[in-house]
Write a protein that binds this ligand. Structure first.
Ligand code: 26V
Length: 836
């Protein structure tokens, strides 16, 4: 019999083995909960809170995972499996309880047991703090990929930072964003094993010197400076069915003992303690910017900190079972999640050459055979570069190594070139010599890797043609595409229980591990009975979201209206502002009786703005001002509502996405690398209105042009318009009376009575300052497209048919598919196709 008391998790008896077995399982779990309450938490059942029960249930679930984790680890050692290490500054994990209950097959059991005890499962689930150790897309992708690697039985480990403060909490005051720190570790973290015994020293500053090695060869070494300790915290990740468990090892900073002693011996106790907490502040906070490289020294320090600790850990594990480095690339694959861990390239060179006596050429072959790099953005302001002076001061040996690598690389290019081309060499160089000299981290990561990938087909093409054009000419086989994916376990099975159950009733349960099986739903798209069921599920989810919004914001929404959703970080390139231009257009039309054929619509937005990003914060304020005016106007009551849901995070996404009917993916073509929210929404039965950007293009190919609403300029035309000086926003403003009315209303205080200039900056950026993201160029087509959406929604059967086709054809965007492709093409590791 299998339940939470069993050694290895399996399905519970609740779904078939009879009432006695089910009773026994419930009683078994009750005992385990009381046991943890008493012995792990030091509490009795009387007076215990939801939080206590959450902790007890989480501990009981964790117990189940530990056995598999040990098994998985043993298995990897025994078979000497090639390991995949995923280095990422961010892992946006969200909550773990429901995911782990599902993976271990014990969600229903847990629910029923708590029910039986008169406890409220949802309230207990909601006690878990979010592990928001990431900003957005890049961090959430890391979490989805880790889950899929584990599901596919890969011996994988994530490496990152154990921030005390993850993403800030967003509050709205007077319509404006206020950031508050979130102490997510306040009550400890049940899912982490803290390992005070596993520490790695990490050096900063100091100097380099020449020496001779034991065979008399000239070497360099890095000496002096200061040392910080990296301490490990292991978070378990369960794969589907819990056949494999891997870990994400996150490092926190601790003052180093050696360093302490020196200071304390100087007799200045108070200052020595203060300095101790200074070095520990290294891992305190996640940088909440995901689109501008701020160039802060602390950020660089964080990057090197986790890279150095992780590589030591990786090399040590390799040396436990191997005694020379020639087979390193056969046994180790390291994936760099963007350039944030790019210092891994010179660090591995340093370890191999300076510390292990490997020759330079051999070390370089090992590095490039081991590393691969994923690029996540083409926005020039998000590409990392660091001043040479800063790196030289903080990491003197690494700067030397970067110079050496660059020199070798450029010499090779010169040798192979028919005639020297200085401009090309300057463009290829890892050092940007224009102005203050800076290290281009993308070039370092590119040259140090055997594969470089984009995250959607269009993005990869644009990498080849744009930012990496010169490097692509030099290494024509290096850039490959790996379209992003999402884990269906969290984003359907856990977040949308009613839909998952409906699907399983028709095509069985195996789709969850083989998402392409959703195609089995295609014949049902035309079936009126199935359409009615799908509609009923959506309605249920919409009602649940209504209760959630009412509970949090006291705003009542109409579950019969079209739920139009745009949820993601607030950024000009994502064009939330274009969405608002549509809202105001619709509002004016409704007031004037010109939108009688449009269905009632609820426009839902959510997302955080980087704290220093003024324009993004102003957009949030505008959304609130527009919502206030629209929602209070009796002339449009029942026809249009606007709601901004604060503090968007993984858990909030899990509430919103299952209820969405229209998914807005409206970035300027050529700016959104992939998008993954687009996949989550379509997989949950929302139709997409979007530009031909990122993975939208591939979603369109899968679901069919007739089942998606595309509008706007394609990437090549957008680029041409913007950079060949052809965009004249003023022409659109003066030439389109409706657009003009909308912009005038915003720009002249129509939504900001008493402060007519509040949104001058926004309107000017569009009309006078070049409209960089081409909102005005896409406006008319967007509005026309939204009109078509509205009309399509009124044919509810046909809308549902399209929604079913979307769900049925989204299987390709499972992160299992993405991971299988990485495994075959980049990492060279096998994946499991059958459980066990
Ligand atoms: C850049 C920076 C710049 C320095 C300051 C901190 C920081 C943090 C993150 C980033 C990179 C953000 C890039 C990112 O999140 N890209 C998103 O990646 C998703 C997964 O591939 C993709 O779906 C989104 O389209 C892309 O915007």
């Amino acid at each position: 019999m299998a339940d939470l008391t069993a050694e290895r998790p399996a399905r519970t008896a609740l779904d078939g083995s009879g009432p006695a077995a089910a009773r026994a399982e419930i009683d078994g779990l009750k005992r385990r909960l009381h046991d943890h309450l008493r012995h792990s938490l030091g509490k009795g059942p009387v007076g215990s809170t939801h939080l206590d029960w959450y902790l007890a249930l989480a501990l009981a679930t964790r117990d189940l995972m530990v056995e598999t984790w040990m098994d998985s680890t043993r298995q990897a050692y025994k078979t000497d499996a090639k390991r995949v290490y995923y280095l990422s500054m961010e892992f946006l994990i969200g909550r773990s309880l429901v995911a782990n209950l599902l993976a271990t097959g014990s969600l229903d059991l847990a629910r029923q047991t708590l029910d039986d005890m008169g406890l409220d499962f949802e309230a207990i689930r909601d006690c878990e703090p979010e592990a928001a150790l990431g900003n957005g897309g890049l961090g959430r992708l890391a979490a989805c990929l880790m889950e899929s690697m584990t599901t596919l039985g890969i011996a994988a480990r994530g490496y990152g930072i154990y921030y005390d403060y993850g993403m800030f909490s967003q509050y709205i005051e007077g319509g404006q964003q206020v950031e508050m720190p979130e102490r997510w570790l306040r009550y400890g973290n049940v899912w982490a094993f803290d390992r005070p015994d596993v520490t790695e020293p990490v050096r900063f500053h100091g100097r380099t010197e020449a020496r001779l090695d034991d065979r008399g060869r000239p070497r360099r070494r890095w000496v002096d400076g200061e040392e910080v300790l990296a301490q490990a915290h292991d978070l378990m990740v369960a794969g589907h069915g819990c056949w494999t468990v891997n870990a994400i090892r996150l490092w926190s900073a601790q003052a180093s003992r050696e360093f302490d002693l020196r200071r304390f011996n100087q007799g200045d106790y108070i200052n020595a303690v203060a300095e101790q907490s200074f070095s520990e502040s290294l891992s305190h906070v996640l940088y909440p910017d995901d689109s501008t490289s701020m160039g802060k020294a602390l950020r660089l320090k964080q990057e090197y900190f986790f890279v150095a600790a992780s590589l030591r850990d990786i090399v040590r594990r390799f040396l436990q079972t191997h005694d020379d480095f020639t087979r390193f690339p056969n046994k180790v694959a390291i994936q760099l999640n963007d350039t944030h861990p790019a210092l891994a390239v010179p660090e591995l060179m340093r370890l191999l050459v300076d510390e292990h006596g490997v020759g330079c050429d051999e070390a370089w072959a090992i590095c490039t055979g081991t590393f691969a790099y994923t690029n996540h953005t083409l926005l020039p302001e998000a590409l990392e570069t660091w001043p040479v002076g800063l790196i030289g001061d903080m990491l003197p040996r690494h700067l030397e190594i970067i110079y050496d690598i660059n020199h070798q690389f450029l010499e090779g290019v010169r040798r192979r070139a028919a005639q020297p081309d200085d401009a090309r060499i300057r463009r290829l160089s890892m050092i940007d010599e224009a102005g203050e000299r800076r290290v281009r981290m993308a070039h370092l990561a590119f040259v140090g890797s055997h594969r470089v990938n984009g995250v959607a087909a269009l993005h990869t093409e644009l990498m080849r043609a744009g930012i990496f054009a010169d490097l692509h000419r030099t290494f024509p086989d290096r850039i490959v595409n790996k379209t992003n994916g999402i884990t269906p376990r969290r984003w359907v099975q856990a977040a949308n229980r009613p839909l998952a159950a409906l699907i399983s009733r028709h095509i069985g349960e195996t789709w969850i591990a083989n998402l392409e099986e959703l195609r089995g739903l295609l014949p049902l798209a035309e079936d009126p009975g199935f359409q009615a069921d799908v509609r009923a599920v959506k309605r249920l989810n919409k009602e649940a979201l209504c209760r959630y919004v009412d509970g949090r914001l006291g705003i009542e929404l109409d579950p019969a209206s079209l739920f139009d959703v745009q949820v993601k970080r607030i950024h000009e390139y994502k064009r939330q502002l274009l969405n608002i231009l549509h809202v105001v257009t619709l509002y004016l039309r409704l007031r004037e009786g010109r939108a009688a054929d449009q269905p009632p619509r609820t426009v839902i937005l959510a997302g955080k703005a980087a704290p220093g990003y003024h324009m993004a914060k102003l957009i949030i304020r505008l959304i609130h001002d527009v919502a206030r005016v629209v929602n209070a106007d009796p002339l449009v009551s029942g026809r249009l509502r606007v709601v901004f849901i604060p503090d968007y995070n993984v858990s909030v996404a899990e509430h919103i996405i299952p209820a969405a009917e229209l998914s807005q993916q409206i970035s300027t073509a050529g700016t959104e690398a992939s998008g993954t929210g687009n996949m989550k929404l379509a997989l949950n039965g929302a139709l997409t209105i979007g530009t031909r950007d990122g993975a939208n293009v591939e979603i369109g190919q899968e679901v069919g042009e007739e089942n998606i609403f595309f509008f706007g300029l394609p990437a090549a035309e957008a680029e041409a318009l913007r950079h060949r000086g052809g965009h004249d926003p003023w022409r659109y403003y003066t030439g389109d009376p409706e657009l003009r009315a909308v912009l005038d209303m915003i720009g002249q205080g129509g939504f900001s009575q008493g402060e007519p200039d509040r949104y001058r900056l926004i309107v000017d950026s569009l009309t006078r300052h070049g409209d960089y993201y081409l909102l005005l160029a896409d406006y008319a087509d967007y509005i026309a497209c939204q009109d078509r959406v509205g009309l399509a929604y009124r044919d509810s059967d046909d809308w549902t048919r399209k929604a079913i086709i979307n769900v049925a054809r989204m299987g390709r965007f499972s992160s299992d598919v993405t991971v299988a492709d990485y495994a075959a093409d980049i990492w060279g590791v096998p994946v499991r196709t059958e459980p066990g």
